[in-house]
Design a protein around this ligand. Structure first.
Ligand code: HEC
Length: 164
């Protein structure tokens, strides 16, 4: 490559760069404007559970709702602290048999949900991460079982045993 050609190419790149830099705020603005705001009271977009990533995203691989789904939420959001290997973190399998919560006060669905929502001095709060629907499933699991058992992981609801 001759040096004058190289210089011309370099000049070309620089001009292109300058143009792109100059144009970018405008194109960003245009993109923001082309996203229409949905009218008030508009229906939420249809959910398609055949799109399996939605089940992963919503913690619904094992079940749509109930304790089985609660177990899935527990596995991803609680188990890494509430498990048999950690010290000084209460186990939850016999929570409903205890007279009071570690923070004081009675043990019932409402008090347990509030503790999870607000956290404690040593536990994170989940009020912005879990909705009431999620908390209901989670608490139904804690009440029923309350621990992750490696020997009985959730069954795959899509599995069909071959009939012989
Ligand atoms: C970072 C670790 C951590 C995570 C994650 C965590 N917890 Fe906790 N949890 C604690 C600790 C520590 C305590 C004891 C309270 C204290 O010392 O303030 C506790 C206490 C509790 C209690 C009260 C137990 C009792 O005996 O009164 C419940 C119920 C509970 N956690 C549920 C959950 C649930 C459900 C999740 C998941 C959504 C969760 N926790 C996630 C650390 C954690």
């Amino acid at each position: 490559m001759t040096s004058s050609r190289a210089i011309r190419m370099l000049a070309g790149f620089l001009t292109l760069g300058a143009l792109l830099t100059a144009a970018s705020p405008i194109s960003r603005q245009a993109a923001a404007q082309s996203m229409p705001t949905p009218p008030e009271g508009a229906r939420a977009p249809e959910k398609d559970y055949y799109q399996r990533s939605l089940e992963i995203y919503e913690f619904r691989k094992a079940a749509k709702s109930g304790p089985e789904r609660g177990q899935e939420i527990y596995y991803f959001k609680c188990w890494f602290c509430h498990n048999q290997y950690t010290k000084d973190i209460p186990k939850l399998n016999d929570l409903y048999k205890r007279p009071t919560l570690v923070t004081g006060g009675p043990v019932n669905d409402d008090s347990v949900m509030n503790l999870i929502r607000n956290g404690t001095a040593n536990m994170p709060a989940y009020k912005y991460a879990l909705r009431d629907e999620d908390l209901n499933d989670l608490v139904s699991f804690i009440k029923e079982k309350g621990f992750w058992d490696n020997d009985t992981p959730p069954l795959n609801p899509r599995f069909r045993a071959p009939s012989n």
